[in-house]
Design a protein around this ligand. Structure first.
Ligand SMILES: C[S@@+](CC[C@H](N)C(=O)[O-])C[C@H]1O[C@@H](n2cnc3c(N)ncnc32)[C@H](O)[C@@H]1O
Length: 189
């Protein structure tokens, strides 16, 4: 049996990922594309998601992976940086995903208060998770919906409190990805 590691499938959104890295170097912002776009696509597909909510669009890399994994879904993605919003909308159009991905411009707290509940999947990929955001996401997810939370190792009391919230067994069934637990996958109970 070969011990050669299997290669990952080619990334259909590699150019958006590369553009995000190039943009960050020039903009000096925190637009780090999520490490495992394919995993997000698979989770959305496995959940048979029709409505997906993403916090932290950057240039649209992960929103595109969600749309790819769940072709019947509408992805609402939220971003406050005007330049990121402009570039993400350009990328959505260039990838023929208009109507499939909607880029909302604004702060998470403001945009979330105007959205209808019933999301099948939600993804937090902002800079630092906080308990008020977790509460809003819980309100917007349907029961048994899937919450994916990244950047949990960014440190600070707020991120720690968010992680503690996910460990409340009456509210969430949670598993962590990777030894550091940087990302959690949870089901709303
Ligand atoms: C880590 S990047 C997102 C990366 C993206 N998901 C990807 O994989 O390409 C975080 C993004 O969240 C945005 N952001 C951070 N805090 C925010 C807030 N409170 N409201 C809206 N956008 C926010 C930043 O401007 C940044 O573009």
């Amino acid at each position: 049996m070969s011990t050669k590691p299997k290669r990952a499938e080619p990334d259909p959104f590699a150019s958006v990922r590369a553009a995000t890295d190039a943009h960050r170097a020039q903009h000096g912002c925190g637009a780090y594309p999520y490490a495992n776009g394919a995993l997000l696509g698979v989770l959305a597909g496995a959940a048979n998601a029709r409505r997906i909510l993403e916090l932290g669009t950057a240039l649209g890399y992960t929103a595109m992976w969600f749309a790819h994994g769940a072709p019947g879904a509408v992805v609402d993605t939220v971003e406050r940086d005007e330049e990121h919003v402009r570039l993400a909308r350009e990328n959505v159009t260039a990838n023929d995903l208009d109507g499939h991905i909607i880029v909302h411009h604004g702060d998470f707290v403001d945009v979330l208060s105007g959205l209808d509940s019933g999301y099948d999947v939600a993804f937090f990929d902002g800079f630092s998770p906080s308990p008020p955001v977790l509460k809003s996401l819980r309100g917007l997810l349907r029961t048994r919906g899937v919450l994916i939370s990244a950047n949990l190792t960014h440190g600070g009391k707020e991120a720690e409190a968010y992680r503690t919230g996910l460990m409340n067994r009456k509210l969430w069934l949670t598993g962590f990805i990777g030894t550091e637990g940087e990302t959690a996958v949870s089901i709303k109970l």
